[in-house]
Design a protein around this ligand. Structure first.
Ligand code: ADP
Ligand code: MG
Length: 831
């Protein structure tokens, strides 16, 4: 490309459209010059397929213009009068408007000889003289000038197309591409200028480099530019001039002209930020690795992918005492113990071939010649993208102490295992023996328990049978006597015999009571009891029971609290304790019964099972008798436990007392010493209410009688008992209605009529007494009921708690007690 072209390209930097307008203006100027030279009215340049340029006759059609254009040749064609010329006379522009007459034209010669167009002058007047020689010469010269201009314009368009092509080609390259002329002015720039400098390529072109990259960066590049302009290809890396942290690889390539002189520089820039960063990271990693490897207490080494050792940390050299670098490659092998070398090699080759981690224990020669056990390990480091192994990193850890400890341990363990096996066998044998012994003992104990039980049953049967025999003898004997006397018509002493029979029967009842208490199923009728009053009332009875040789002392505490219990049971308990005391003092002695307020504290109850801390009333019975050895104390509360000969003891006294104490939420305890005597303390819970009215005394008082024809309903399934109760009540003056079962009783209760009291058995066939009363309450809400219960029915009353207006009497009972109860229940309704 010529320098002229180059300057043309520079001028056209404003755009192709401007360039084209300039070309058209040039052509028009040339046409106007031709008009002036030839003195014609019009002059124009016609090119096929292009607009007309110059001073065009108004109304000239393109067709006529083309026809006129075709007239011209390389030498001027002059037609003085178009109307007289055969080729033009019929042209509209001649015949009609603008009515042209004169024509002179020259073809514009192209580079290949073919005409590019025509320059012609036109006139409405015919010019018979045509053109003068000077005019013709001028016209030819101007045609040549126009032809040159057109050729130039074409070349320029071609050059522009070339430049555009170049730009779009360089656009595809991932690089900034530019050309600088000798003045360092940018002549060419591709699209990367926009990305690098924020300049459109057309804005970059025409600017000096200094204006593009800035003063400071330009100063840095000046020597490099000088070298490039001197003919050297200069490559350098530099931070991107924008100061945005990016990195560029820049190359200046000198462009020489045909004479070898440097015309301009081609400039190439590639963004290598990613590569620079990666390189920096790699260098950083290497540094870090070194820092870690050197600071580790272990020996560290590294190899190339093929296993060539090229790095050892200082620990390795310290341990082996080898000169630095002497173990590179395969030099390490010599320091291994010969016994491990083949295996170490085998495994190392296997790892190198497969990429599997390497691990082996081997002996490594220390600097002092001593071999020490070492654990060798290595791992491959792979390229994250390709997976190819880049390096191997390995460590050697001195495990000599562990290995020796392990060996010692293994030896110790063998010995230990042998010992354990031996002991285990011995133990198993001992265990088997023990198991057999335990089984044998269990079997014997079982047999013993069975024997004891049989013995107890024997004692019970014997004892009770004996007792009952005696009692029955008393009753039957008395009745026999009465029978005889009645048969003989003698009535004296009948009351005495009846009394004897009664006494025996009462003792039998008491025995039954004791048995029931033992079974702990006897119903309780708990009420507030003044123990002082109760004990004092027993004085007479006790003295008679104990006999002359036993001295009785009763000591009652002042301000004694009330207690809540069944007074009959309490009496019974005291009686039993007194009898036990008497039995323990066959030669006589002293029996003391004391009462006291007592507080069982936490420390005391902690040692006793099932006892609550709190306030109690204590009844304490002491004797000066034989006392009990500990084993007797331990078993004294057991039912049927007795040390007395068959027939004398039942072994139920203390167990009954125990049952009573537990049922009353109390507690009982024995203190005894052989030869010194015995104290039994009975604790009953303090009651914070008022004392109940004393029940009518059981004996010796006149039986209360009915007064106003009160009516009692008796519900009882046992005909004998029913008859007995009925007669008793009738004797006492009550009106009696009898019912044999609950159903009948309920019918009678639901019918109108006076019923002051119901006396009902609890255990009735079908509807039981309790349910009968519950249902009857609907009709008679204020009904008073005296239940007769046996032990089995106790549960029906939820532990003996009764609704108001209801009482309970336990079978068997004395008639006078029964009568007193009936009276006590009916009385409040009078008034
Ligand atoms: P029983 O009086 O029928 O033998 P207990 O249950 O009342 O049955 O007494 C059990 C046993 O406790 C008695 O046989 C006796 O060995 C012993 N025992 C009870 N009270 C005393 C006491 N005050 N002195 C000595 N031993 C007693
Ligand atoms: Mg006893």
């Amino acid at each position: 490309m010529s320098s002229h072209d180059a300057s043309g390209q520079r001028e056209s930097a404003g755009g192709d459209a401007v360039a084209r307008a300039a070309d058209e203006a040039d052509l028009a100027d040339t046409a106007r010059l031709a008009r002036a030279v030839c003195g014609s009215a019009f002059a124009l340049i016609h090119r096929p397929g292009a607009p007309l340029a110059g001073l065009v006759p108004p109304g000239l059609s393109p067709h006529d213009a083309a026809a006129l254009g075709r007239l011209a040749g390389t030498t001027p064609v002059i037609i003085p009068n178009l109307a007289r010329n055969a080729r033009t006379a019929a042209l509209p522009a001649v015949v009609g408007s603008p009515s042209l007459r004169f024509y002179a034209g020259v073809a514009l010669a192209g580079p290949d000889g073919r005409p590019l167009g025509t320059l012609c002058v036109l006139d409405p007047e015919a010019r018979p003289a045509g053109l003068t020689a000077r005019e013709a010469e001028g016209l030819v010269a101007l045609a040549a000038q126009a032809a040159r201009e057109l050729r130039l314009a074409r070349a320029l368009a071609a050059a522009r197309a070339d430049r555009d092509d170049l730009r779009s080609i360089t656009e595809a390259a991932p690089a900034l591409i530019a050309a600088l002329d000798r003045d360092e002015v940018c002549r060419f720039a591709n699209g990367h200028f926009a990305r690098w400098f924020g300049l459109a390529p057309d804005e970059a072109v025409g600017r000096p480099l200094q204006a593009i990259i800035g003063e400071a960066d330009h100063a840095l590049r000046r020597p490099l530019l000088a070298r490039a302009f001197a003919g050297e290809t200069v490559t350098f890396e530099s931070p991107h001039p924008g100061g945005d942290g990016r990195h560029a690889l820049v190359r200046y390539v000198p462009h020489r002209g045909p004479d070898g002189a440097v015309l301009d520089l081609h400039l190439l820039g590639v963004d290598i930020t990613a590569e620079t960063d990666a390189r920096a990271a790699l260098a950083d990693n290497a540094l870090k690795f070194r820092a870690i490897a050197e600071s580790m207490p272990q020996m560290v080494w590294s190899t190339l992918p093929d296993g060539y050792h090229d790095y050892y940390n200082p620990r390795w050299y310290e341990f082996t005492g080898m000169p630095e670098g002497s173990t590179d490659g395969e030099g390490w092998n010599a320091i291994f113990h010969p016994a491990e070398q083949p295996e170490a090699w085998r495994r190392w080759r296997h790892s190198l071939a497969t990429g599997e981690p390497y691990e082996i224990e081997y002996r490594l020669r220390r600097h002092d010649g001593v071999y020490r056990w070492v654990l060798g390990r290595a791992m491959p480091i792979r390229d994250p993208r390709t997976g190819a192994i880049e390096r191997w990193f390995g460590t050697c850890t001195d495990i000599d102490d562990q290995v020796r400890a392990r060996e010692t341990l293994a030896r110790g363990r063998e010995a230990l295992e042998a010992q354990v096996a031996e002991r285990t066998a011995a133990l198993a044998e001992a265990n088997a023996r023990l198991t057999a012994e335990i089984e044998e003992r269990t079997r014997i104990e079982e047999a013993l328990r069975q024997a004891q039980k049989m013995e107890a049953v024997g004692q019970l049967t014997g004892g009770i049978a004996h007792d009952f025999n005696n009692l029955l003898t008393g009753i039957v004997g008395s009745l026999d006597l009465m029978q005889t006397r009645i048969n003989e018509g003698r009535t004296q002493n009948l009351t005495r015999y009846a009394g004897l029979a009664m006494a025996s029967a009462q003792r039998a009842a008491a025995l039954t009571h004791r048995l029931l208490a033992f079974a702990r199923r006897q119903p309780l009728e708990a009420r507030a009891v003044d123990a002082n009053r109760l004990v004092s009332a027993m004085d007479e009875l006790l003295r008679r029971t104990l006999g002359e040789r036993v001295q009785l002392e009763i000591v009652v505490a002042g301000g004694l609290w009330l207690t809540l219990c069944d007074p009959n049971q309490l009496e019974n308990a005291i009686l039993n304790l007194a009898i036990n005391a008497r039995d323990a003092m066959p030669e006589g002695g002293r029996l003391t019964i004391e009462t006291a307020n007592a507080h069982l504290d936490d420390a005391y109850v902690a040692s006793e099972i099932g006892v609550r801390a709190g306030q109690y009333v204590c009844v304490c019975v002491s004797d000066t008798g034989a006392g009990m050895p500990p084993d007797v104390i331990a078993r004294a509360f057991d039912p049927f436990f007795t040390t007395k000969p068959i027939g004398q003891g039942t072994g139920l006294g203390l167990s009954m007392i125990y049952g009573f104490a537990k049922q009353s939420d109390g507690h009982v305890r024995i203190y005894s010493e052989v030869g010194a005597g015995t104290t039994v303390k009975l604790y009953l819970p303090r009651h914070l209410g008022r004392a109940a009215d004393e029940p009518a005394p059981a004996t010796g008082l006149p039986v209360p009688r009915a007064e106003h024809g009160e009516t009692v309903l008796v519900v009882e399934d046992d005909a004998t008992v029913r008859a007995l109760i009925g007669e008793t009540l009738t004797d006492l003056g009550y009106r009696v209605i009898e019912a044999p079962d609950g159903q009948t009783g309920l019918r009678l209760l639901e019918a109108p009529g006076r019923i002051d009291l119901v006396v009902s058995d609890v255990g009735l066939p079908g509807l039981n007494g309790r349910r009968m009363v519950d249902e009857a309450l609907a009709a008679r809400p204020n009904l008073r009921v005296l239940f007769i219960t046996g032990y089995a029915e106790n549960a029906a009353f939820g532990n003996g708690h009764l609704a108001p207006g209801m009482r309970m009497i336990t079978k068997p009972f004395a008639i006078e007690v029964f009568a007193a109860k009936v009276r006590a229940m009916i009385e409040p309704t009078r008034d």
